[in-house]
Design a binder for this molecule. Structure first.
Ligand code: ZN
Length: 371
């Protein structure tokens, strides 16, 4: 048995909400973090047909890539199909959570899944990467309580460096203080200079969890007034970013690469934007969703082809003029996140004994059909 909050907390270790692009309305969309979950459903989009599918399958939690509430609601008129869908979700106690650009930015997330589907080699980030800001906490603790404080800090998420967990550093010394008349000292007496054998424990953590770490430190520290230092540090923060670039095992013509994309993405058609479809290509950039505004970054990475969705007419002209080739397989190829997310949630379900069922939406939410 678990709830939405626990499931989301595990997911956000993989793709923190703070990794979303600015203004992207990710996170809890409708419902409650306290909602008990028996069955969750993964979907690319939250559409009325998807909600009907969730109701039919007794789903209590919908995990979506695209946020359900993209536009603000001004009037909750139930004649509006979008509002009616929200009302259905509330009526059936279904909580909806969205992981959008934080999933695109995650390491081994959406863009890595797309790049590996095309079997790209030597994959590297396409856009300049962001780096999490790190803080370092140094806290002075009487030696008898050092282990408790250290364990509480690492359990709260401090001390993660790359693939290492529970990282900390301790140095021993002597702490001195004189409790004043209004104090309530754990060790020592009022107005008596006191010396205590103390450990200085140092841990690093991402800036975004700073308030949680300080709260935990104050809760477990035995002193009335814990002494500590807090610094911002450079380097070692997790790096994340949008898009990937890599190489095909051998160069092929643009037309055969386009056919290859159709097979891999299981789509009947795609759009090719090129000055010469017979040209041979080997270096491919890919960015799920609408990425045409980043085509200049693709040129900087010396890629021959840019695979992304929602390319507009005039941007298509600009791309051809720049000498680049683009392939627009549509936005809906991001549906490949469904099996990957299902695997991740099933793995976390086993590890945490949540005893939930994880299903994928089987509805095709692509608004376009080709005739
Ligand atoms: Zn998208």
């Amino acid at each position: 048995m678990t709830n939405v909050g626990e499931i989301v907390a595990r997911f956000e270790q993989f793709a923190p909400q703070s990794w979303a692009e600015e203004g992207d309305p990710v996170g809890l969309q409708i419902g409650s973090m306290q909602q008990t979950v028996h069955k969750m459903m993964i979907t690319l989009d939250v559409r009325p047909e998807v909600v009907a599918e969730a109701v039919k399958n007794n789903v209590d939690f919908i995990f979506a890539h695209h946020p359900a509430l993209f536009r603000p609601i001004r009037k909750f008129d139930l004649e509006n199909p979008q509002n009616k869908m929200y009302a259905e979700l509330i009526k059936h106690d279904i909580t909806v959570y969205a992981a959008h650009t934080n999933l695109d930015n995650a390491n081994q997330g959406m863009n890595d899944w797309l790049a590996s589907l095309l079997d790209l080699q030597d994959i590297e980030p396409l856009l300049p990467q962001h780096e999490d800001k790190l803080f370092r906490l140094a806290v002075f603790v009487p030696q008898a309580a050092a282990e408790t404080v250290r364990n509480a800090l690492t359990a709260a998420g401090a001390g993660r460096i790359g693939e290492y967990q529970d990282c900390s550093y301790t140095i021993s010394g002597v702490g001195r203080f004189t409790p004043q008349p209004a104090a309530n000292p754990t060790i020592g007496n009022l107005l008596e200079p006191t010396e205590v054998a103390e450990d200085k424990i140092e841990v690093v953590f991402p800036k975004k969890i700073c308030s949680r770490i300080l709260k935990v430190m104050r809760t477990v520290h035995p002193y009335e007034e814990p002494a500590f230092d807090l610094f911002e540090v450079q380097g070692n923060g997790s790096r994340y970013g949008m898009g990937r670039v890599g190489n095909l095992k051998k160069s092929v013509t643009i037309s055969s690469f386009a056919e290859y994309c159709k097979t891999k993405f299981e789509i009947p058609h795609l759009r090719v934007v090129t000055g010469d479809i017979t040209r041979k290509v080997s270096r491919i950039a890919i960015l799920g969703g609408s990425g045409s505004q980043f085509y200049k970054d693709v040129l900087k990475k010396k890629a021959d082809v840019y695979v992304t969705g929602d390319i507009s007419y005039h941007t298509g002209h600009d791309i051809i003029a720049s000498g680049l080739t683009a392939i627009d397989p549509g936005h809906h190829i991001e549906q490949i996140c469904k099996p990957h997310l299902q695997n991740l949630f099933e793995q976390w379900n086993n590890e945490n004994k949540w005893q939930i069922e994880v299903i994928q939406s089987e509805i095709n939410t692509d608004p376009f059909i080709f005739i």
